[in-house]
Structure formats: C-alpha cells, structure tokens
Design a protein around this ligand. Structure first.
Ligand code: RIB
Ligand code: CA
Length: 313
C-alpha cells in the first residue's frame, strides 16, 4: 500500500521532536509532505528552528519545513518553557540547523497542498496549538472537504487539564482555533491526555532508547530525561507522558489505540474552563459526534514501535 501523505504541524517541544523522528523513520508507512511550525511550547522562531534541527538529526535535511502563525488567532501567546526549557529542546546540546526554511508561509503550504492533491489523500497531524490549521480553514474553506483526516494531540476530559485544571495546553493556547477545527466537519481523531498519560517514559523505556547506541537514541533519551522531570514531580508518576508520538503511532499501527466517536465541544468563553474539551463520552447530549476520542493505548506496543523505528535512523 502506498505510504500515507501527511503534513505534521508542530511546536517542538521534545515530544514533538520524537513524533517527527518516528514519522521520518517510517517512509514505507508515511510520506511527510511537509513540517509546518506554529508558536506554542516556545515562540515561532524557535519552533521553526527546532523542526529543522530534528529533520537534520533524522538525516533528512531535504524535508520541507515551513514557518506559520506566531500567535493565537485572538489571544496572547502562552508558552511552556517551564516544561520544555528555554530553547524548547533543552536537555542535550544542539547545533543550529543548516537546512533551509521554506519561503512559503505554512498556512499557504497547507492550503496549496490540499488543493493540489485528490480529496481524501492528505492527513493533517497537528501536534501543537491549532492556529495554522484554523487559519488555513478560515482563509480557504474549500480545503476542509479535501482533508482525509485530522489526527491531533490535544484535549482531555476524564484526565482533566495540564495547563489549567480544565484545559490541555494545545487547546488552551488557542481555543478559538480549536473551535474552528472541531466545528469544521473534517474527520478528527484526537489523542487527549486521557490516552497520552498512559504512555509514560519509564526508566526501562528510556534505557531502550539509550541502548540503541545511536545519536538519535542518545538524543531522544536526553530529551526525555529533561522534559520528564516536570511531569514526574507534578504527577508523581514513574515517567513523563510522551504525548505527540501517539499521533504518528496511530497512523502506523492504529490497533494500538481504542476510542469512541463522540461529540467534543471547545469552551471559548468561560474564564474558569477556557480551552476545555467537553467530551460527550456517554452520549447524553444530542450534539452530533465530530471526533474519535482515544482513551486506551497499548503502551508496551507503542514503545516497542518507537524503539524499532528510531533504530532505523
Ligand atoms: O499538552 C501536551 C501538548 O502540549 C504536547 O503537544 C506538547 O508538545 C505541548 O505542545
Ligand atoms: Ca506539541
């Protein structure tokens, strides 16, 4: 079967970086048409730089990387240096990238790519705030019907929030963008905290990365050591949730995940619950289903896939 065409929209972020590596290590499964950077974990100048650092680490400097929106649609940017460090990829020392940034704006790349491909053949993989995706949908409504699927990391319901008690970071940063995307009508599969919090970087799993004995394995282990310190303290867990690679793993091995097609609405007005993903898991409302909300993961299978694919780089 031909590899699935995808655009990765991202705010690297150590976990974004692992997701990008997993995708680039899987050319038989995934054809990465482009990587579009968005402001999120750190400001845009850093996320677009980090995306290029990761593509070069993967040995694929020919990957097209685009710079996108530098702020949410109608709010001030909230970043997460407290989790990811000042650079967004804190942990190991990283050399500046030498590969070029594409001249075209990420939003225009998303629009042109969807227009240039047959309907239903391009999947969008947002790993950060949904600003680029929503801006593309607003600028070119005709592309919504051409999207094969949106597979995103974001939201949470039974698990609560990680940036406020009610909201997960990607949705919280740009709730208006999230509402545009969840209301648009394109097929959505979401990886909320309810599933990513089961994908914990335990010592054995980090050791498996380090034992690859490759620059990629060493880098992933060093990133994990750095960004898990925050989550381990916060949750008292034996590792940090590896959020974003769940999106890519789903595209390669969907059987690792279980969820339910339900209605998910985005809170955009309440101060208390801004950015909350209100998931009608028990279908108590008559609101139409608009997303597959993943709630279970085979964590051992997920980390086995990760180690197997990262070993190829
Ligand atoms: O809440 C976790 C999400 O926010 C992940 O995508 C992480 O990279 C940050 O963007
Ligand atoms: Ca991210």
């Amino acid at each position: 079967m031909a590899p699935r065409k995808i655009i990765i929209d991202t705010d690297p972020g150590q976990d974004d970086a692992v997701a990008i590596l997993l995708a680039l290590a899987s050319p038989d499964d995934l054809d990465v048409l482009g990587v579009t950077a968005v402001a999120g974990n750190v400001p845009l100048p850093l996320t677009q730089k980090n995306a290029r650092i990761v593509c070069e680490l993967a040995g694929m400097p020919e990957t097209k990387v685009f710079s996108g929106c530098d702020a949410p649609i109608s709010r001030k940017l909230v970043t997460a240096e407290h989790v990811h460090g000042k650079t967004g990829l804190d942990g190991p020392q990283m050399a500046d990238p030498t590969m070029p940034l594409q001249d075209q704006h990420a939003v225009d790349f998303i629009i042109d790519t969807l227009r240039d491909h047959n309907a239903g053949t391009v999947t969008l993989c947002p790993l950060g705030p949904l600003t680029n995706i929503a801006t593309a949908f607003e600028k070119a409504p005709d592309i919504v019907g051409k999207v094969q699927e949106i597979v995103l990391m974001g939201g949470g319901f039974f698990e609560g929030g990680n940036i406020t008690p009610a909201a997960e970071f990607n949705i919280y940063v740009d709730p208006e963008a999230a509402k545009i995307v969840f209301d648009a009508g394109a097929p959505i599969t979401m990886m909320p905290l309810d599933v990513t919090h089961q994908a914990l970087t335990t010592q054995a799993r980090v050791d498996a990365f380090r034992n690859l004995g490759t620059p990629v394995g060493d880098m992933v282990a060093a990133w994990t050591d750095f960004f898990e310190r925050f989550d381990k303290e916060k949750y008292g867990s034996e590792g940090a949730p590896l959020h974003d690679p769940c999106v890519i793993a789903y595209l390669i091995q969907p059987e690792l995940f279980e969820g339910r097609h339900i209605n998910v609405e985005i809170e955009t007005s309440s101060e208390l619950t801004l950015g909350m993903t209100v998931a009608d898991w028990w279908r108590v409302s008559d609101r139409p289903p608009n997303a597959t909300f993943m709630r279970q993961i085979d964590a051992d299978g997920f980390f086995a896939l990760l180690a197997d694919r990262l070993a190829r780089l």
